[in-house]
Each structure stands twice: as structure tokens, then as C-alpha cells.
Design a protein around this ligand. Structure first.
Ligand code: PLI
Length: 465
């Protein structure tokens, strides 16, 4: 199939992959409690569990590692990272953390108290978990289109300003310490927010004295969609658009394991010096000194170099095109996927694929296991299991979307791998009637349960007849 631009890199070092038999995979997934997250990576052929920390670093990033200054205090590498973040994202105060959730912990602890409310454009599990652990209630104010897998809205990450106003009126601006806005929105399938919408959201929030924090994990991918789809931005550079996305916000929490092409790391970016002081104080307790935040000096160098590579148009256009190619192959073959295809993943609509498996039997988890069984491809459930239980009622939460996410690491897989994935998912879809049992919990952890949960087939000994 045409339409896939050649990768703008060549391979300098290889990592062997091992193909396995169907019998082997049946044993492996059973031993993993039907949870692909508990598989050993050597038992996975193409690993699309996440695009987080799984990127291939460039030769320039590997050389940057050698420049890492491992001084405990005031490491040169911190100032290199600080400069890169200031230049590309525009935040004055840069506070390193070991990865995104480290930043979420610090920000939530600084600002949230029991009885407070946080609004955002759909939840992310670790982000909401930290908000809830600090006593806040999360409110989803994303536009309705985001919950519809077939809606082709170009900015399904946009906030519904009407919903936000209703929330502010209902709970009072004083009880909303901040808005938690993501670019792109992972749980909607990597869908972007427009610059115009984010600017309007910030104006409304600031009018009520509410600060806005941006989850910038995939803001470069968001910037690419803005360039393609939002009137007025086609001729601007990705760096300009990235800065325009950050400009109306009061700060950011960053997992550098995504856009920034690093294997670990993150930062908090802030404008308010007092909040920055408070955050640095907590970083000392929970992460490490405020000039390394749990990272080695070499990690900070790799991220700084990765930031400059992330905004390169050859890189970002090929990256998004590879994801789009997989989506197009599945869509053309009739596999129901979330449309339009997002920035980092293709999401197979599990309820449309397996309508005979009820959501109480974790439809997308079942589909994830089935896709692993077919050819050793690992994706992740994004549905009822990821959503967890409501902390107040203890009831399972079932968000409108229930999907298998195939997240594509950056610069790792070639077109043949992507074709192999497409062939396998199309095959599973064709044989979907043979998936006869859903799953029930055999072990249910209390937080972020999708990582460590174990399951058993509801009927018989396998999910597949
Ligand atoms: O995995 P961390 O702790 O570096 O970052 C947490 C995190 C925060 N925000 C968003 C939008 C994420 O996607 C995110 C992590 N995502 C993972 C691990 C993923 O597989 O999507």
C-alpha cells in the first residue's frame, strides 16, 4: 500500500526480536494473568504497549549522554535542559523530575486539598490518580465528539467551554485550584486541542482566577496537527506553534519519555516564582535535588538534544505518517478504529469489534489478549480496566470509549513491522466470532490497576475457542 514516506533515519544498531509459536504465546499470556503488561518483553514480537520511554535515541543523543555532568548540585546538564525547555516551551522556571507522574505528584501536592475540583479534557490514569489521592474530584469537560469513535472532528481534544462554565458556576471558582489540559489527549486516542480553543479556555479560567496547567507529553505532536488543520498556522514552524500552545498556560508537566525521544525523565515548567519555590521544595523530598530531580546528568542531556530533534519537521511528519498508515490499513479493511487517527497510536474500538463480550467482562482487555495470541503484538487496554473504580462509590467506572491502543514508539519499527501489525489485527477482526469469553479479575490492585491486574477467562480456560 502506498502513502508511507520513507523513514528519515537509517539503522545503526539493531536489537534482535524473537518470533514465538501460538502455543508458546498461549502459555505466556496465561502465565501473565491475561494481562499483556505482565508479559516479559522478550515474549513480545512487536511491542506497541506504549510510546513512553520506548523511543530509539539518535546518534546525537547517545553522544550527548557522554557530556552528562553527574555533579550532585548545580550540574551543567541541568542548565542545558533548562535552556532547551525555555527556548521550545517558554516556561521560565524549569524543575526536573524523574518522569511525568513525579511532576503530577508535586503539582497535585502543591495545589490540591480535600474538597477541591480539577477540570480537564478527559482524564489520564496517573494524572487523575494523583489528583484524587490529594482529595480532589476530577471533571471531564472535553467536547462530546471526543467520546464518539466515529466523529471526524479535527480537534477532538478541545474543551467544551459551556461545560467548563457550568462546572465553575456549580462548584465555585475558588474550589478549582487549576485546570488540567492535555495536548494531545491520550485517552481520546491522541487527539489534539486547537490553539484557539486552548487560548479561550485560558482566558475563561484566568477571568475566574484559575491557573491552567498543560500536559505537554505529546504537545509537539499536537503542534503538528495544528499546522495541518488549524487555519492560520500552516506556514509557522513547529517550534512557533509549540510555544503558542504553551503561551496561554501557567505551567506544564512533562513526561520527556514521549515527544522528547528520551527513555526516562521529565520536568515541571512554571511561570509563578512562588509556586516554583514550593515545587522545588517538594522535589527535594520526593524526586532528588532541584537540579536533577531524580535524573542522571546524562538523562538531562539526552532530553535536551531530544527536544531539538522532536520539532524537526522531517521527524514529526514521518512519525505521524507512520501512525496514520497503520490506521488507514485497518480502517480500509473494516476494522473499527477511533477516527481521525491520533498522534501516537491507533485505537481499535473494542466494543464494536467484540459486541458479544460485555463491558463487565473487560472487552478491550480481552481484545488485547487476543491480539497478543495471534502474532505476539502487545497493545494496552484503554477502557474499563484503565478507568478504575470511583473512589467515593467504589463502583467500576466505564468511560464511553473502550479500546485497544496500539501505541507506536518513535523511530523504532519499520514499515514491515507496521504491515505485520496491520495483517494481524485484520486477521483477529476477521475471526472475532471465535473469541468466545471475556475476562474477570483474579487480582485487582487498588491504584492504576491496568498495570498489575491479573484476569481469568469468564467461561472455559481460554478466551478463544
Ligand atoms: O509515564 P510518565 O510518568 O512519564 O508520564 C505520565 C503521563 C502523563 N501524561 C500523559 C498524557 C501520559 O500519556 C503519561 C504516560 N503515559 C503512558 C505511560 C502511556 O503509555 O501512555
Amino acid at each position: 500500500m502506498s502513502g508511507h514516506p520513507a523513514e528519515p533515519w537509517r539503522v545503526k544498531m539493531v536489537e534482535p526480536l524473537r518470533a514465538t509459536t501460538r502455543e508458546y504465546r498461549e502459555q505466556a499470556i496465561r502465565a501473565a494473568g491475561w494481562n499483556p503488561c505482565l508479559l516479559r518483553s522478550e515474549d513480545v514480537y512487536v511491542d506497541l504497549f506504549t510510546d513512553s520511554g520506548t523511543n530509539a535515541m539518535s546518534d546525537r543523543q547517545w553522544s550527548a549522554l557522554m557530556r552528562g555532568d553527574e555533579a550532585y548540585a548545580g550540574a551543567r546538564s541541568f542548565y542545558v535542559l533548562e535552556e532547551a525547555v525555555r527556548t521550545h516551551y517558554g516556561y521560565e522556571h524549569v524543575i526536573p523530575v524523574h518522569q511525568g507522574r513525579g511532576g503530577e505528584n508535586i503539582l497535585s501536592r502543591c495545589l490540591l486539598r480535600p474538597g477541591t475540583h480539577v477540570a480537564g479534557n478527559m482524564y489520564f490514569p496517573s494524572t487523575r490518580a494523583h489528583q484524587e489521592l490529594n482529595g480532589a474530584t476530577f471533571h471531564d469537560v472535553i467536547i462530546d465528539e471526543a467520546h464518539d469513535p466515529d466523529d471526524e472532528h479535527p480537534f477532538k481534544g478541545n474543551v467544551d467551554l459551556g461545560k467548563l462554565k457550568v462546572l465553575i458556576d456549580a462548584v465555585g471558582a475558588g474550589t478549582i485550584p487549576y485546570l488540567s489540559i492535555a495536548a494531545t489527549v491520550n485517552m481520546a486516542g491522541g487527539q489534539p486541542i486547537s490553539v484557539a480553543n486552548l487560548t479561550e479556555v485560558a482566558e475563561l479560567a484566568h477571568h475566574h482566577g484559575i491557573p491552567v496547567f498543560l500536559d505537554t507529553a505529546r504537545a509537539v505532536e499536537n503542534a503538528w496537527f495544528v499546522k495541518q488543520r488549524e487555519p492560520g498556522w500552516a506556514d509557522r514552524s513547529i517550534t512557533d506553534i509549540l510555544r503558542a500552545l504553551c503561551a496561554p498556560t501557567d505551567g506544564a508537566v512533562m513526561s520527556a519519555k514521549k515527544d522528547s525521544l528520551a527513555n526516562i525523565g521529565g520536568w515541571i515548567g512554571l511561570r509563578d516564582p512562588e509556586l516554583a519555590e514550593q515545587a522545588r521544595g517538594l522535589v527535594l523530598l520526593y524526586e532528588g535535588l532541584h537540579t536533577y530531580g531524580g535524573m542522571a546528568g546524562r538523562d538531562m542531556e539526552a532530553i535536551a538534544q531530544g527536544i531539538t530533534e522532536s520539532v524537526d519537521e522531517d521527524h514529526i511528519s514521518a512519525r505521524i505518517a507512520q501512525v496514520e498508515y497503520l490506521g488507514r490499513r485497518l480502517h480500509t479493511a473494516g476494522v473499527p478504529i477511533i477516527r481521525p487517527v491520533g498522534g501516537h497510536c491507533v485505537c481499535v474500538d473494542a466494543t464494536a469489534t467484540l459486541p458479544h463480550i460485555p463491558r463487565t467482562q473487560f472487552t478491550a482487555q480481552t481484545l488485547a489478549a487476543a491480539v497478543y495470541l495471534d502474532a505476539g503484538i502487545r497493545g494496552v487496554e484503554r477502557g474499563g480496566v484503565s478507568a478504575g473504580r470511583d473512589p467515593r462509590t467504589g463502583e467500576n467506572r466505564f468511560p464511553p470509549l473502550e479500546f485497544l491502543r496500539l501505541a507506536i514508539p518513535r523511530r523504532v519499527y519499520t514499515q514491515s513491522h507496521i504491515d505485520l501489525v496491520a495483517d494481524s489485527v485484520i486477521r483477529v477482526h476477521r475471526h472475532r466470532d471465535r473469541i468466545t469469553s471475556g475476562l474477570a479479575f483474579a487480582y485487582e490492585p487498588s491504584h492504576l490497576r491496568f498495570f498489575q491486574a491479573r484476569f481469568a477467562p469468564v467461561r472455559g480456560t481460554s478466551i478463544w475457542d
